[in-house]
Design a protein around this ligand. Structure first.
Ligand code: P6P
Length: 319
């Protein structure tokens, strides 16, 4: 008799047994995120068929055109999380302010990017939901090292739910025939080094000299290939599974960097660290940065430990 596949729900309940002080609140919260992810996945899969495409005519706090699917995913996550009774507050990349639960009784703060890479929706490129979970704290702007858990859902050729609550990283693939996420990638470990670098080279002329030299050196080694999807969840997922390095560094147009500490950098850095990789702004670990605002941007490089180390060394070299 083949082993019965482990569902995400079963896995979360089993994981809870390792946390003596667990009350079941975290399990309930994560299960609610799972439920929202299944609904978003079903809409993403149909997005080419119903009039849910196209811009909702608004721009979000990052100044990006908001797609209708963004609005739907954001509204679904906001209502699901607040109604779960497990959150003290939520922060969304699509909202200008944090939202507090009415009765303030939840134990957790959840930060999320409801649909990262949404500019790719119309071209059917993989997009994702990213989430970070912290303990309740009067100061919502906590550094990434305080994360209790982080994860992403990748809406790609298959739908995957990848998360960590500090005991390694596990990946689950949605079986649409039964509507359950099944454990498909247990104990994910990122390779120590890789042969792929992922960066938007269109900005090469805007990079500082040391970064330009780093990229030129990678090319001259001739053992690397460039892969860049322009959807962070997809680029990070490939890096997590096959190794390499993903970079979205500062450039003359975006001196602070583009990616958001709370909604993209902290959760994805946490996951890659849990899988044995590392992350850097170029000069420090992003997980120790105390956010100063909701849309706190930072340069970032995330990936295989050896690749990130080489990147840091190249920035320290005098030209
Ligand atoms: P650029 C998508 O808008 C996003 O936030 C990330 O998912 C992605 O990695 C990045 O921006 C792409 O930025 O400047 O290369 O288009």
């Amino acid at each position: 008799m083949p082993d019965k596949p482990v569902t995400l729900t079963e896995f979360i309940i089993e994981e809870e047994r390792h946390f003596k002080q667990a009350t079941g609140s975290f399990t309930l919260l994560l299960t609610q995120i799972e439920n929202a992810a299944k609904i978003i996945a079903s809409h993403v899969k149909k997005s080419g068929l119903v009039d849910i495409l196209g811009s909702a005519g608004k721009t979000n706090t990052s100044g990006e055109q908001v797609q209708k699917l963004d609005v739907f995913a954001n509204e679904l996550l906001v209502s699901t999380l607040l109604e779960s009774g497990q959150v003290y507050a939520i922060m969304s990349e699509e909202l200008d302010e944090p939202v507090f639960s009415k009765k303030n009784r939840g134990h957790y703060v959840v930060c999320f990017d409801p649909l990262d890479g949404s500019s790719n929706i119309d071209s059917n490129v993989s997009i994702g939901t990213i989430f970070s979970i912290y303990h309740k704290n009067p100061d919502l702007f906590q550094p990434g090292i305080k994360q209790v858990a982080a994860g992403y859902i990748l809406y790609g050729s298959s739908v995957m739910f990848v998360y960590s609550c500090g005991r390694g990283v596990n990946g689950f693939t949605l079986d649409p025939s039964i509507g359950s996420f099944l454990l498909s990638h247990p104990k994910i470990k990122i390779p120590e080094k890789g042969d792929t670098y992922s960066i938007n080279e269109a900005y090469f002329h805007l990079f500082d000299q040391k970064l330009q030299q780093y990229i030129t050196d990678l090319k001259e080694k001739k053992e690397y290939k460039l892969r860049y999807i322009g959807s962070m969840v997809a680029d990070i997922h490939r890096t997590l599974l096959t190794g390499g390095i993903f970079l979205n560094p500062a450039n003359k147009k975006s001196p602070e960097g583009k990616l958001r500490l709370l909604f993209e950098v902290n959760p994805l850095s946490f996951i890659v660290n849990q899988a044995g990789g590392s992350a850097t702004t170029g000069y420090l670990d992003p997980l120790i940065i105390k956010p100063t605002q909701l849309i706190h941007r930072t340069p970032i490089a995330i990936g295989s430990r050896q690749e990130v180390k080489n990147y840091i060394l190249s920035l320290q070299r005098s030209l």
